[in-house]
Design a protein around this ligand. Structure first.
Ligand code: PAF
Length: 285
């Protein structure tokens, strides 16, 4: 497994693979791997000759007061895990290479980023789309794999790739969960003591929403109210949002009469967690 830090070396390596006709898959990450990341890499392995993963904690997607500084970082641990699932290249650039002095170009996807996390994390998706576009230009993959736990990110990246005509397949994989249902996230390491139990309010609320939907409830407000009540019944929790949206542009809907997603963000102690469920799909819980 190669570890590449330089942008030009990564570009040259990808060009050489492409010239040989090899297929490149790419899993962008901020590191501190868990099984969710490793499942994306395993999917990449199935789909390509060379799996590249990037480890880069992207400063432009963090707002003031967010966890950019304390975001967990451990390259050695990550390298061991990536090697174990057959990753071929880790690309880990520096901040000064990615955003040199006088850097001033950003890409924004207008509609899909307005609601949900876009409301409470202004500028977050502008940072995500910008860094992903830069990484796509550096790694030059044929296919990129994202987890659907970050559902809004997945929808937004797909929109961007289509809108700006990137020759790239975007694949989304279902959320990987702990045995008790908690969606895997690098931020779960922040949960302290009893907060870990409270964090189950997210996945348990999704089960409730699914049950209501399966019983025929289509009124979004009724499902949202049940979920908020459930989250509020857990200690250390504060709802950021619970919303039901159509899946194309993620606008709120009143009635679930087409494909729809319930998405929630909850602060558990100081840790902000997200989860979601697309009605009618399997919930792997
Ligand atoms: O999902 C993430 O880890 C990040 O948002 C991503 C896609 C690597 C961009 O920094």
């Amino acid at each position: 497994m190669k570890v590449i830090e330089s942008i030009s070396e990564m570009q040259k390596y990808s060009e050489s693979l492409r010239r040989k006709g090899e297929i490149i898959s790419f899993v962008p990450t901020m590191g501190y791997f868990h099984d969710g990341h490793l499942n994306l890499m395993k999917e990449g392995k199935q789909r390509s000759d060379c799996v590249v993963t990037s480890i880069y904690v992207n400063p432009t997607q963090f707002g003031p007061g967010e966890d950019f500084e304390k975001y967990p970082r451990d390259l050695e641990r990550d390298a061991g895990l990536a090697r174990g699932v057959g990753v071929d290249v880790i690309f880990t650039p520096s901040n000064t290479d990615m955003y040199p002095e006088n850097y001033q170009s950003y890409l924004n996807v207008e509609e899909t980023t307005k609601n949900l996390c876009g409301l409470t994390r202004p500028g977050h998706f502008r940072g995500v789309t910008t860094i992903c576009l830069k990484l796509f230009n550096i790694v030059k993959p044929h296919v990129t794999i994202f987890g659907k736990k970050d559902y809004q990110q997945f929808v937004t990246i797909k929109r961007m790739v289509q809108d700006i005509n990137l020759d790239l397949e975007v694949v989304g994989l279902d959320t990987t969960r702990e045995a008790d249902g908690l969606a895997m996230s690098s931020r779960n390491v922040y949960l302290k003591g009893p907060e870990r139990e409270s964090a189950l309010c997210l996945s348990r609320s999704l089960v409730m929403a699914k049950d209501l939907y399966d019983k025929g409830v289509r009124d979004a407000e009724a499902i949202i109210e049940t979920v908020i009540k459930n989250v509020d019944s857990y200690p250390y929790t504060a709802v950021d949002y619970v919303k039901i949206c159509e899946t194309k542009n993620l606008r709120d809907i009143k009635n679930i009469d087409a494909e729809a997603v319930i998405a929630l963000a909850v602060k558990v102690g100081k840790t902000r967690l997200i989860d979601n469920y697309v009605f009618g799909e399997k919930l792997n819980l």
